[in-house]
Design a protein around this ligand. Structure first.
Ligand SMILES: Nc1ncnc2c1ncn2[C@@H]1O[C@H](COP(=O)(O)OP(=O)(O)OP(=O)(O)O)[C@@H](O)[C@H]1O
Ligand SMILES: [Mg+2]
Length: 218
């Protein structure tokens, strides 16, 4: 049974067709790159995968059950989404990283946070940094770390290395790739052609809201 199954999914808003008749399958362990021009519907597709928005027509099945049949909390636990524009709240980095623990009623685990800091090249002192003072690339990594504190079954990553330099991109790619090797299904959006080929076993190319091609690489 596929982990995610899009069946003839369309999404429209304000009278505008954003995605049209999209069908594809994500199997457990897949690493799927979603590529295509700006405005082609990539982020919309990823938000549908995360049940942050719902299809206008068509259905999305998670483990064979229509997504509408799950409680949103149950889906959030299993499917994590990291947005294209990092959104950090509160005053400091710690406020952001405490949040995933507090919603689960679990005490803050500083060693888990520090472990992720080292994987993503963030110095430990950043835990108390003011979010206003972070660079774009630092915000992007903190937002990704927040997504990864509790590991999901499906990881949805929207251009999460777009603000990073080559070295930090490589570290983030290594971390994401090792999560995939550990069994987590990854769907990520990237504008970088090399990055789209490097780890993926499937590449979905969108154009003007439709799937133009679905390549299976390995
Ligand atoms: N909720 C919405 N209501 C109306 N239009 C929307 C909505 N969300 C997205 N759009 C429009 O749909 C199109 C696809 O948007 P989307 O964000 O999915 O593109 P994208 O492929 O991720 O682009 P980029 O590479 O620039 O991030 C765009 O033209 C956008 O303006
Ligand atoms: Mg986008």
């Amino acid at each position: 049974m596929p982990l995610l199954y899009f069946r003839n999914v369309s999404f429209a808003n304000d009278g505008k067709d954003i995605l049209r008749n999209v069908s594809f399958v994500a199997d457990a362990g897949d690493f799927i790159s979603i590529v295509g021009p700006s405005g082609s519907g990539k982020s919309t597709l990823l938000r549908l995968c995360g049940h942050l928005i719902s299809p206008t027509t068509g259905n999305i099945f998670y483990k064979g059950v229509n997504m509408t049949g799950y409680s949103p909390t149950e889906l959030r636990k299993n499917i994590s989404y990291c947005s294209q524009t990092p959104y950090l709240f509160g005053n400091n980095v710690k406020d952001n990283l405490e949040f995933p623990f507090s919603i689960r009623n679990i005490p803050f685990n500083e060693s888990r946070v520090k472990e992720l800091f080292s994987l993503f090249n963030i110095p430990p002192v950043f835990l108390n940094s003011d979010v206003q003072n972070l660079s774009g690339g630092e915000k992007q990594r903190i937002s990704l770390i927040r997504t990864l504190l509790f590991l999901p079954e499906v990881l949805l990553l929207d251009e999460v290395t777009s603000a990073l330099d080559a070295e930090n991109t490589r570290m983030a790619e290594d971390a994401i790739s090792s999560l995939n090797k550990g069994g987590i299904t990854v769907l990520w959006i990237t504008h970088d052609p090399e990055q789209s080929q490097k780890y993926a076993n499937k590449i979905i190319t969108l154009e003007a809201g439709e799937i133009k091609s679905l390549e299976v690489l390995k």
